[in-house]
Design a protein. Structure first.
Ligand code: SF4
Ligand code: SF4
Lengths: 166, 418
């Protein structure tokens, strides 16, 4: 009986000498993996045009019905995204979202991407609805904010060439 | 007669009133002399939102009735309103300690209904991930089971190793728990490059960690005292009550779906099914501990001969086309749009698919009616059936032993109430 107890004590003692595994969140943050599915972002092209073409495929693919998209027409004088249409309203209800990533898989232009922010909190239900302004990334350096005035006929193609995701 | 809380705690109730109140239909032997105790539904040792109604004679249990349904989510009904692919996310939330097994059971059922089979690489990866899930689930079981019996350090060590497995899940699926990684016809994506080294590292260090847990518990006199001879169920009773998984194998019945009805290529791997004969809490503990070793063996074999090749079948009517084709192929765009809006239609008919989840037989009954949505989904979940044997297991035991017995049948309320 004594030997068993000593064996147990020894196991616990061994762990005293090992470095701690606890991470001191929020001072220290655990880096997330490349594929991590955190808060969504709506992406832009390098020239500042929005990738989202308002096709609402993400909303159709969402198992939690968390996405609301309302599209409007682009013109060459007021262009938000390549192709015919853009998302005039884009909202995700973060209380409904289950972070499954189906919207990212369904998006034909890689406009919506689940990034690595996992620190979502709200004081009330209304502020859990993230609007397009909150989701859209800033204009990259060298790009123009939307809407842009562009050469006619230059941005007719809605779906770009893409690579397979890693 | 004391029951519940609030105003009428000490009010005298007739037996009929009492029964109506407790709502479990439990026969009460002696309402005058015995105490009725309501454990839960948030009792720290009931492993979820489970309520137990216990009739006590002193410290001994006369009757016991589990009262379930507090976590009801309507998963089965909900799945009927979603396409086959979208319904997958629901299955993660049944047995939330091993979502991989649930995913696998559902996806295998869908594939059976469609008449397709995943590629060899996808099958092997599925096996590796399911076995990792089995280990991580057993780690949570061991951690909480030991914690219930006051062994705190086991809890901490188990969660540390589980964290490593969850990190592997995050690496492959982007999610630590609600993975939804297996898809009809294959996988979400192929595993990343760093997957294999990470699993190999796990295979290297984990045996010494199991040795640590064994050193803490296996021969520990307090542990033996609390688990040996407690909650005994014979082999015949276990079969009669429909127990499956380690709870059945702890009673000496050799029954494992990976052996008797192999799926996803389990027949290619060499492994033993641990069986213990005593049928008590300790036997079930030994079964699960030994299963972890077998899981390691399976993972090692699957990793060693992991086939190369695609992870998804090439049928564009089931698996969406790769992203690289969308930019230049109109056909690919059409398939992509069609699959993500309408989904694929499965033929009329029904299938039944069982897998060996960490808790036992997890089966899916799936009926298709030719539409893109399942007409009926039903789950046969191991925890639900195993919990039904709790009154039998705990009859005559001490109230403190109930905690050990619940731990030893390893229930998850998510799949009981579903
Ligand atoms: S991550 Fe899933 S639940 Fe969330 S918005 Fe996208 S599709 Fe919907
Ligand atoms: S985010 Fe993608 S899928 Fe959703 S509306 Fe925009 S382009 Fe379409």
């Amino acid at each position: 009986m004594i030997t068993e107890i000593l064996k147990g004590m020894f196991t616990t003692f061994k762990h005293l000498l090992q470095p701690p595994v606890t991470i001191q969140y929020p001072e220290v943050k655990r880096p997330v993996r490349y594929r991590f599915k955190g808060r969504h972002e709506l992406k832009r092209y390098d020239n500042g045009l929005e990738k989202c073409i308002g096709c609402a495929l993400c909303a159709a693919a969402c198992p939690a019905d968390a996405i609301f998209v309302e599209a409007a027409e682009n013109t060459d004088d007021e262009r938000y995204s390549p192709g015919e249409r853009y998302a005039r309203v884009y909202e995700i209800n973060m209380l409904r979202c289950i972070f499954c990533g189906f919207c990212e898989d369904a998006c034909p232009t890689e406009a919506i991407v689940l990034e690595d922010n996992y620190e979502l909190s709200f004081y009330d239900r209304a502020s859990a609805i993230y609007t397009k302004e909150m989701l859209l990334v800033p204009v990259p350096p060298g790009g123009q904010p939307t809407p842009q005035k562009v050469e006619p006929g230059k941005y007719d193609r809605a779906i770009p060439e893409m690579e397979d995701p890693k | 007669m004391t029951i519940g809380a609030g105003e009428d705690t000490f009010k005298e109730l007739t037996v009929e009133e009492l029964r109506a109140k407790v709502g479990t239909g439990m026969p009460i032997d002696d309402p005058e002399e015995h105490m009725l105790l309501s454990m839960g539904p948030q009792h720290p040792s009931t492993h979820g939102v489970l309520r137990l109604l216990v009739e006590l004679d002193g410290e001994n249990i006369v009757n016991l009735a589990p009262d379930i349904g507090f976590l009801h989510t309507g998963v089965e009904k909900n799945m009927e309103s979603k396409t086959y692919t979208k319904a997958l996310v629901m299955t993660d939330r049944l047995d939330y300690l091993s979502p991989m097994s649930n995913n696998l059971a559902y996806i295998l059922a869908v594939e059976k209904l469609l008449g397709v089979e995943a590629t060899p690489r996808a099958q092997a990866i599925r096996v590796i991930l399911c076995e990792l899930a089995r280990i991580s689930s057993h780690l949570v079981w061991l951690a909480t089971h030991a914690l219930d019996l006051a062994a705190m350090s086991v809890f901490l060590y188990c969660f540390r190793e589980r964290e490593y497995i969850l990190d592997i899940f995050e690496m492959v699926a982007g999610q630590r728990m609600m993975v939804s990684y297996f898809r009809p016809g294959g996988l979400w994506r192929d595993v990343p490059e760093e997957f294999e080294p990470a699993v190999r590292q796990f295979l290297d260090f984990f045996p010494s960690r199991i040795a640590d847990y064994e050193a803490l518990l296996k021969d520990n006199p307090i542990w033996l005292e609390r688990t040996k001879g407690i909650g005994v169920i014979s082999g015949e009773d276990a079969v009669a009550w429909g127990l499956t998984g380690p709870s059945l194998r702890g009673s000496g019945v050799d029954w494992d779906y990976r052996k008797v009805m192999p799926y996803s290529g389990y027949e290619q791997y060499e492994f033993d099914v641990p069986v213990e004969t005593d049928g008590d809490v300790y036997a079930r503990y030994r079964c699960r501990m030994r299963e972890m070793w077998e899981s390691l063996r399976i993972i090692r074999q699957a990793l060693d001969k992991l086939p190369q090749g695609p992870v998804n079948i090439s049928d564009r009517k089931i698996v969406p086309p790769p992203r690289s084709e969308l930019g230049h192929s109109m056909e690919a765009v059409i398939h992509h749009f069609k699959l993500w809006t309408e989904g694929f239609s499965a033929p009329e008919g029904f299938v039944y698919q069982s897998v060996e989840s960490p808790r036992g037989e997890f089966s899916v009954y799936l009926r298709g009616d030719g539409s893109p949505r399942p007409a009926r989904v039903h789950f046969r979940t191991p925890s639900y059936v195993n919990l039904a044997s709790l009154p039998l297991l705990s009859k005559g035991a001490f109230i403190a032993d109930v905690v050990a017995i619940i731990g030893s049948i390893d229930i998850v309320l998510g799949e009981i109430d579903r």
